[in-house]
Design a protein around this ligand. Structure first.
Ligand code: NAD
Length: 368
């Protein structure tokens, strides 16, 4: 198969749909990686430089994330090539046209991703009745507003802390990126007794060993300012966050921020991957060899997709935190237990757990 199509393995991708609407100039690719666990859920990424290969890789990441979270959903992803800041009426026309083009692809459920938001999901829902991450008025649960992913991260960190006998009370946390994931992780961790000693955004890092005032920082960010404008700490450049001595280091910004060139700078006991693929595989290996416990992204940052799945199945906001807590607590504990028992990297243990779930589900399927 590889010789003919160039990609594909025992999991997928099951379907790759190329969409071209010449009148609009719209080009899109939807990858449905694997649907053994159920219809695929994955975001619609709207960016100028997306590729079909990227759609397939991201769809695979969603297969693993959804299976690891124990959701009745497979993994998919859509990419639309274009400027996400195009004027609003044109963007609406594009998204609605995209929705019509995927109307018969019933094993793909669209969600928000880079360049798309709840309003865009509302348009897709309006066209084809199938989307998650909807506005509250359409039955959506606003996952970034309630901090679904940050909450899940805080639960995973609690499990990891117990594994290495780290007391949450007073544990020092450093957070790279103070957006939807970072600020809510900070809030929930402070609620569990931790001390956030540093956080950063694109403009710089603010730190104090006494612990930052998180509510003050959130208010500052919501006013459109940088963490570096916060009066209650010392300022340094954006890279300084890497070297802050702490117990828990949370990347919550961009991919590949920790790599072979800077992994040695991290001075922490736990790395909790809030962002997607924030550490290269090489960096994860370097950290593990130094005894740092790395919590793999797709296990510990699944709070958002768990929330989206609850929304899709008609659940309400009040059930979200309990379900995220139960799933992420159990899955993180299982991954760490396997990794320690079998002397493997945590990511390998997590992939094995997710893949096993997909294979088990596939046995109940006619076509796998
Ligand atoms: P966001 O845009 O709300 O926040 C990102 C923050 O990171 C911003 O404050 C930005 O200033 C900062 N940032 C960007 N580059 C930086 C850098 N080099 N150094 C320091 N700070 C930097 O995004 P978000 O929703 O919080 O998502 C963050 C990451 O987590 C992304 O990789 C996203 O794909 C991933 N993720 C998000 C969710 C979710 O529920 N929102 C779920 C899973 C994964």
């Amino acid at each position: 198969m590889d010789e003919i199509f160039g990609f594909g393995d025992e999991l997928g991708p099951g379907k790759v749909l190329h969409i071209y609407l010449p009148k609009l100039g719209l080009r899109s690719v939807v990858a449905v990686d694997n649907t053994a666990c159920g219809a695929s859920i994955g975001g619609v990424r709207f960016a100028p430089d997306v590729t079909a290969e990227e759609a397939c890789r991201l769809a695979r990441a969603m297969t693993l994330k959804n299976a690891a979270a124990g959701l009745p959903h497979g993994g998919g992803k859509a990419v639309i090539a274009g400027d996400p800041k195009m004027d609003a009426p044109r963007k609406e026309e594009w998204i609605r046209a995209f929705a019509q083009a995927i109307s018969s692809l019933e094993d793909y459920i669209a969600g928000p991703d880079m360049g798309t938001d709840e309003i865009a999901m509302g348009w897709i829902q309006d066209e084809i009745g199938r989307a998650v991450g909807l506005p509250r008025e359409l039955g959506g649960i606003p996952l970034d507003e309630i901090g679904a992913t940050g909450f899940g991260l805080s639960v995973a960190i609690e499990v990891a802390a117990k594994t290495i006998s780290l007391t949450m009370q007073g544990a020092r946390v450093a957070i790279q990126g103070f957006g939807a994931v970072g600020k809510h992780a900070a809030r929930f961790l402070v609620g569990k007794g931790c001390r956030v000693v540093a956080c950063s955004d694109t403009r710089g890092t603010v730190s104090t060993d006494d612990g930052l005032d998180i509510d003050g920082l959130i208010a500052l960010k919501e006013a459109g300012k940088s963490v570096t404008e916060f009066a209650g700490g010392e300022n340094s450049g954006p890279e300084a966050i890497l070297g802050v001595p702490c117990d828990v280091w949370i990347p919550a910004a961009r991919p590949d921020v920790v790599n072979r060139d800077n992994a040695a700078m991290l001075d922490t006991r736990i790395v909790a991957e809030g962002a997607n693929i924030p550490c290269t595989l090489e960096a994860e290996a370097m950290l593990a060899q130094r005894g740092v416990l790395v919590l793999p992204d797709f296990v510990v940052n699944a709070g958002g997709v768990i929330c989206a799945a609850i929304e899709y199945h008609g659940g309400t906001g009040s059930s979200v935190f309990g379900v995220i807590e139960e799933k992420i607590r159990r899955n993180t504990a299982s991954v760490l237990e396997t990794a320690i028992r079998t002397h493997t990297y945590t990511r390998d243990a997590a992939i094995e757990m997710a893949a096993q779930r997909v294979h088990k589900a596939a046995r109940a399927r006619r076509w796998g």
